[in-house]
Unconditional design. Structure first.
Length: 327
């Protein structure tokens, strides 16, 4: 979920607002697994943009340079040495799909997902080529989240139940600046971005509740997670400068129960092994890549070193990284 923070909740639920901007996501968080009431998905600068977070959450390592759309090369590779979530699922018979309303080539996202699990990429050009929108259509980054969730329902309804699947969905309406306000979004707040956040909160909740009515849901795990803190600096002035901001997450219908009951601190890297455990995957390790499995007992790297020191290490040059992941 683009730029969705736990910060947007009310003060009683770990946020910084008198009235929650994400009441529905707050409700889902109480239904899911969150690794302690005061847990914090901390924002690491080493993966503080969408592609950086996507790679960290699915491969357990960080990419050390920003790849912009202008850098896209269809013959390029993105961390070819990584054995990522998509690879593991593909090797175990899963169909992988990546659904997003923008151009998947932006920031080499299509290259990464195709080469790490052979994902079926469904982006704005997929929608145009399948007649879902006109060739001239362009709203926000491509098509808006209202359509995104409609397409997701159709995709999931067409899947064969005997085929295990991984559908990864990336929202965009809450991207800075000000977000994208659909005509049917209510305008009850004092700024457009606040209204967009509340609208996204309702859309995600409605989609999850639809999923819960489907026959495949009892054997399906849903992970709701933000990618990074919002980059809308002007709107962020609403947030107390001393408030410890964190990224939203919750795990619904997990196949695994946490072994620790205290509040955890972690970053995007830790979502890689944690996701596998949530799906019921068993492996003989506390960590995968640089990520720590939060269902197990080992301290995460941020708990061990602190965020500032860990970020310094993640930014540092590494011959091991070059030799094993870039070649």
């Amino acid at each position: 979920m683009e730029s969705i923070e736990q910060t947007y909740d009310d003060i009683n639920n770990g946020g910084d607002f008198e009235k929650s901007l994400i009441p529905n996501l707050s409700r889902l968080r109480k239904e899911g697994i969150n690794f302690g009431a005061g847990s914090s998905f901390m924002a690491s600068g080493a993966m503080g943009w969408t592609m950086g977070s996507l790679v960290a959450q699915t491969a357990g390592i960080n990419i050390k340079s920003f790849r912009a759309q202008d850098d896209f090369d269809p013959n390029a590779t993105v961390i070819p040495g990584a054995y990522a979530l998509g690879n593991i699922l593909e090797d175990n018979g899963y169909t992988n799909m990546f659904l997003l309303g923008s151009d998947a080539n932006y920031s080499s996202r299509s290259t990464y997902f195709k080469s790490h699990g052979d994902y079926d990429i469904k982006d704005v050009y997929w929608a145009k080529n399948h007649g879902l929108i006109s060739q001239e259509y362009w709203e926000n980054w491509g098509f808006e989240d209202k359509k995104l969730f409609d397409y997701a329902k159709n995709i999931l309804s067409d899947l064969k139940n005997e085929q295990p699947f991984n559908l990864t969905i990336l929202t965009a309406d809450t991207h800075f600046y000000d977000g994208y306000l659909c005509p049917d979004c209510e305008q009850t707040e004092d700024s457009q971005y606040s209204n967009v956040i509340r609208c996204s909160d309702k859309r995600v909740y409605s989609f999850v509740k639809w999923c819960e009515t489907q026959e495949w849901y009892p054997n399906t795990t849903i992970i709701l997670v933000g990618d990074h803190l919002t980059m809308d600096d002007e709107w962020s002035k609403k947030i107390d400068s001393d408030f410890k901001r964190s990224i939203y997450y919750t795990i619904l219908n997990s196949a695994t129960i946490p072994q620790r009951s205290d509040s955890r601190e972690f970053i995007a890297l830790d979502m890689f092994p944690t996701t596998l455990s949530a799906l019921g995957v068993q492996y003989d390790s506390e960590r995968l890549g640089l990520g720590t499995d939060l269902f197990k007992t080992e301290d995460s790297l941020v708990e061990q070193y602190g965020l500032e020191k860990l970020d310094t290490m993640l930014y540092s040059p590494s011959n091991y990284y070059i030799d094993n992941f870039l070649r």
